[in-house]
Write a new protein. Structure first.
Length: 225
């Protein structure tokens, strides 16, 4: 049975849907208030528990959780499940922001707090709003979309220049080569845009980068006050 393409099928008579969208924002703000400091971890839904990326995501989330950070994911399986699992093992808040899809995606069992959204753009705002840093594990088009949106928001000063950490240099090397060799070379971005990204291959290094940045910002904040 074919499923509807919701955005394309909106008609002017369906403007009442705006209230549903507003309701999703309100629910998100109410449910997530007070979870800071938090780290959002993105990555593939298609890796199993024995995959190296699953194991790495679990370790990263556990270490960040032990440092006192809440962990936010997209709530699904794969890397998201691993990160929520690591957060729960650390006794940290484990947040899963699920999305209703035609092929239904259930929120993983390791999220101690979960919300299911109908609209991607509401969910994407919530994934960004409460984050102090972003960890981007290997993934597909959804992960690439989330990565480039975060970079665009920082580039345009819509969010603070939080750390954006790409995990697994081997996976991301081709993407970074393309950014430098094609996109930067043609003047579509600047060198400082690429400088927003850090590469890591070790979970402890990820945790150290996030913790160092967070403590540095806390010191700056006290000086300003």
């Amino acid at each position: 049975m074919p499923y509807g393409y919701e955005i394309n099928e909106l008609a002017k008579e369906e403007s009442w849907r705006m209230f549903r969208i507003i309701g999703e924002f309100v629910e998100g703000f109410d449910e997530l208030s007070g979870i800071e400091p938090a780290i959002t971890i993105y990555g593939s839904a298609r890796v199993g528990q024995e995959h190296k990326q699953y194991i790495a995501a679990e370790a990263i989330a556990r270490r960040l959780g032990e440092l006192g950070f809440s962990i936010i994911t997209g709530g699904g399986p794969g890397v998201m499940e691993a990160a929520n699992k690591g957060a729960r093992e650390a006794g940290a808040k484990s947040i899963g922001l699920n999305i209703a899809l035609p092929e239904e995606q259930h929120c993983n069992v390791y999220a101690s707090r979960s919300i299911t959204f109908n609209h991607f753009f509401v969910r994407k705002v919530m994934l960004v709003k409460y984050a102090t840093a972003f960890v981007i594990m290997p993934g597909g088009t959804g992960t690439l979309d989330e990565l480039t949106e975060v970079l665009c928001l920082i580039q345009n000063h819509k969010i603070k220049p939080f750390p954006v950490i790409l995990f697994d240099s081997q996976f991301w090397s081709g993407f970074l080569d393309w950014l430098r060799g094609v996109v930067l070379a043609q003047g579509c971005i600047s060198e400082k845009d690429i400088d927003l990204v850090r590469i890591c291959d070790d979970p402890s290094e990820v945790a150290n980068i996030v913790q160092s940045w967070y403590l540095h910002q806390a010191i700056i904040g006290r000086k300003v006050v």
